[in-house]
Design a protein around this ligand. Structure first.
Ligand SMILES: CC(C)(COP(=O)(O)OP(=O)(O)OC[C@H]1O[C@@H](n2cnc3c(N)ncnc32)[C@H](O)[C@@H]1OP(=O)(O)O)[C@@H](O)C(=O)NCCC(=O)NCCS
Length: 190
């Protein structure tokens, strides 16, 4: 996988996928504390864990040049959440792989922002990083997220579904795996 020489920012018609800033910390902690946003997560992060996540995501962008970018809505300059790419943890069954993922503030839902940003991230994954495949996964019940996966051209691979090893005993432990190969992406409507 080729490494970009400098930190990457990506643009779409309505969005900027950029580096994290200190003033993102408060709105990010607020969306992490929102039970609607966190419906499909076992342990919503508190303020300290949310800030630690910003540190981790910023470091990932700095180290690799790509990752889970902060998403800004160009119209109003507001922080909306994150969308981007992340290496799948070694302990998870889809590994080794790169995942496309998203988390947006509730008031930003329903505008098609997640698919718009995720399509841009996929283009980066295939055109710049030349990855052979990108995956995404979520708990079975997360219909909104599954719909985003379908809208951006990923398909469900039931043979890859798995019980998330970090959430034993949780009713949402079963995860669905979606994927798109570079060849399918090149052949598709992107
Ligand atoms: C998933 C998420 C990013 C979607 O973002 P978004 O920008 O609102 O995406 P969209 O505007 O395209 O809307 C999502 C789609 O889900 C559909 N949807 C909404 N509720 C739904 C439901 N209960 N069942 C099925 N589809 C649903 C919407 O209608 C829309 O599809 P459509 O355009 O075909 O109508 C956002 O809901 C979110 O941040 N969720 C919480 C975090 C999360 O779960 N992240 C993923 C963890 S793996």
């Amino acid at each position: 996988m080729t490494l970009p020489r400098r930190p990457v920012e990506l643009r779409t018609d309505r969005l900027l996928l950029r580096q994290w800033r200190d003033d993102d910390r408060e709105p990010f902690a607020a969306l992490n504390a929102d039970p609607v946003v966190m419906e499909h997560f076992t342990h919503p992060p508190d303020r300290e864990a949310s800030d630690a996540m910003v540190d981790r995501l910023s470091a990932g962008l700095a180290d690799r040049g790509w990752g889970l970018w902060a998403v800004e809505v160009l119209d109003d300059g507001g922080f909306a959440g994150f969308v981007g790419l992340s290496p799948v943890g070694d302990d998870l069954p889809p590994a080794p792989a790169v995942e496309v993922g998203w988390r947006l503030a509730h008031e930003r839902w329903g505008h098609g922002y997640a698919p718009e940003a995720a399509r841009r991230a996929l283009r980066f994954a295939f055109e710049e990083l030349a990855l052979p495949e990108v995956v995404s996964f979520t708990t079975v019940r997360n219909a909104r997220s599954r719909r985003v996966m379908e809208k951006i051209g990923l398909t469900h691979d039931p043979a890859g579904d798995f019980d998330h090893p970090r959430t034993p005993g949780w009713s949402g432990q079963r995860h669905v795996l979606y994927a798109v190969t570079r060849d399918a992406w090149l052949a598709g409507d992107r």
